[in-house]
Structure formats: C-alpha cells, structure tokens
Design a protein around this ligand. Structure first.
Ligand SMILES: Nc1ncnc2c1ncn2[C@@H]1O[C@H](COP(=O)(O)OP(=O)(O)O)[C@@H](O)[C@H]1O
Ligand SMILES: [Mg+2]
Length: 278
C-alpha cells in the first residue's frame, strides 16, 4: 500500500437518534466519544442538535467557532474549506477529542443547510477515526441525511410514559418503512432501572424488536458529570453506567460482534489539535 493510500481514512459515523427529548443522547454521545478517545482513536463529536445543542454546556466549553462559521467558510471558500478551523478541543485527564459546536443563535441554526451539514461530516470522516453525531429528536431533513450517511445509528429510548413509548413505536415503524438495515439501527434502552410501571418486555413486544443494549439508570452520577463538565467514563470509571457504556463501545468497535472495522491509527503528535489529527 502506498503512503498516500495509508493517509486516507474513512471515519466511522455513529449518530444518536430518538423520538423523545431527554433520553440521554447527549450524555451517552459524549461518553462514547470520550471512551473511544481513551482507547486511542481520533474522535470528533458533532453537535447537530442545532437549536438547543447541549454538548458545549455539558463539557463546559466556550467555542470560538461553530457550525455556522463552517457554513460561512464553505460558502466563501468552496472546496478549500478546512473544517479543522471550526473545531474546539476538549481535554480531560489527558484524553482528548474535538467538538464541532452547534450554532449559538436560533436564527443561525434555522439557516444551516443540510447539504453543508453533510459536507462537514464527509470532511470530518477524512480526518477522524470516529465521527460521533448528536441530534435533536425529529424526522427532519437533516436527521434523514444523517440516518443515511451514518455507519451506526444508536436509536435511544427510555421506558417511562406511554406517550414516549408511542413515539418510539412510530419511530421504529418509520425507520422500518424507510428501509434502513436493521443492523445499522441499534435500539438502545437507557435508564433501564428507573422507576416505571411499564415493563421493557412489553415495550419490545410492541416495537417488535429487542433492545440491542441496555444502559442502567444513575441519575446522580449523570447529573454530577454534567455539573463537573467531565465524562463519566473518564471521571467515574468504576460505576455501573460507565461499565455499560464501555460495553456498548466494545460492541460497536468489535467486528466479530457486529461492530465496524476500526480505521488505521496514526501516531499522536504533541499539540492539542495536532494530536487529534495525527
Ligand atoms: N443512564 C442515565 N441515568 C440517569 N440519568 C441519565 C442517564 N442518561 C441521561 N440521563 C440524564 O437525563 C437528562 C437528559 O439527558 P440528555 O443527554 O440531555 O438527553 P437528550 O440529549 O436525549 O435530550 C440529563 O439530566 C442526564 O443527566
Ligand atoms: Mg441532547
């Protein structure tokens, strides 16, 4: 293989999707990014919850550039656009990943073009081993594009109230109707042991689908990690929720268990973003 070929990577895109808000997309997405980075992969976390993105709040980041700047740059410079200029580095316990922040203002979010959002992901795939994408809960044009280009979609749900479950059912029926490969869409139950009168068995029967994975409830640890701005898998490694997140990441990155091929790694460099880009 020539050195030019070795340089080309095609990062794995893992997106988080749901039909209800507050099911844990952002929290679990952040932790997945942190865990993959801890394992040595180059990771970028993209906040495509355009209007109410929480990634920077949860990580206590103050980004200088956002997706809006990326869009402006694409419109001005076309193919010479460099997405790296729009990223914000995140670091905790010497583990690093990059963040592409959501726009700051509602009117900016409203003006983001899906074609631009797609170009950005495609460029990131050439730079990172993993592109983790947080979303908002809706069947929007943006999210349909993401469902198309993702390698794996984590369809996250909680079993709490009947309306949430009705919407999960609508979501999974719609995904089936749209013809997505069932291997690609991974139905993951979050906050499994939270107090509820609804059994997860009944929900699986209703959805005609088993949960691919189950994540436990730990409200105190989850809340504390948001207060501290630090991912659970880095700061609270010994708790059950961190263990479960590591297990899910393990399934995603282990090919023999239906995961995806890990892109080739490159040696880390010393500067913060330099270390991310290899
Ligand atoms: N496994 C979990 N156990 C307990 N609380 C959780 C868990 N996952 C998420 N949460 C909490 O649920 C709330 C919503 O999570 P968030 O990631 O913002 O959801 P979403 O991005 O889907 O809207 C947050 O307060 C978070 O701390
Ligand atoms: Mg969120």
């Amino acid at each position: 293989m020539s050195s030019a070929e070795q340089e080309t990577i095609n990062g794995v895109v893992i997106s988080f999707f749901s039909t209800a808000s507050s099911v844990g997309k952002t929290l679990i997405g952040i932790n997945m990014a942190a865990e993959l980075a801890r394992q040595g992969a180059r990771v970028v976390l993209v906040d495509y919850d355009l209007q109410f993105g929480d990634v920077c709040n949860y990580l206590q980041l103050e980004p200088e550039q956002t997706l809006m700047d990326a869009q402006r740059s694409i419109q001005l410079t076309g193919s010479s656009f460099d997405v790296r200029e729009c990223l914000t580095p995140y670091s905790c316990r010497n583990i690093m990943f990059a963040v592409l922040a959501a726009p700051r203002k509602l009117e900016e979010s409203y003006n983001i073009k899906t074609s631009v959002a797609q170009k950005v992901i495609e460029q990131l795939q050439g730079l990172f081993d993993y592109v983790i994408v947080d979303t908002t809960s809706m069947f929007s044009e943006l999210n349909l594009m993401l469902l198309d280009i993702s390698t794996i979609v984590t369809y996250l749900g909680v079993v709490d109230f009947l309306p949430t479950i009705k919407n999960m059912k609508i979501g999974s029926d719609t995904l089936r109707t749209l013809g997505y490969d069932s291997e690609k869409i991974r139905l993951v139950l979050n906050r499994s042991n939270a107090k509820t009168r609804i059994s997860s068995e009944d929900v699986q029967k209703l959805l005609k689908q088993e949960f691919y994975y189950v994540l436990p409830n730990d409200f105190q640890a989850a809340s504390q990690s948001i207060i501290d701005g630090k991912p659970l898998v880095l700061e609270h490694q010994d708790i059950e929720l961190s263990d479960a997140i590591r297990g899910l990441v393990g399934l995603y990155s282990n090919r023999s268990l239906g995961g995806v091929e890990e892109p080739a790694r490159r040696e880390h460099k010393s500067s913060l973003l330099g270390r991310l880009f290899g």
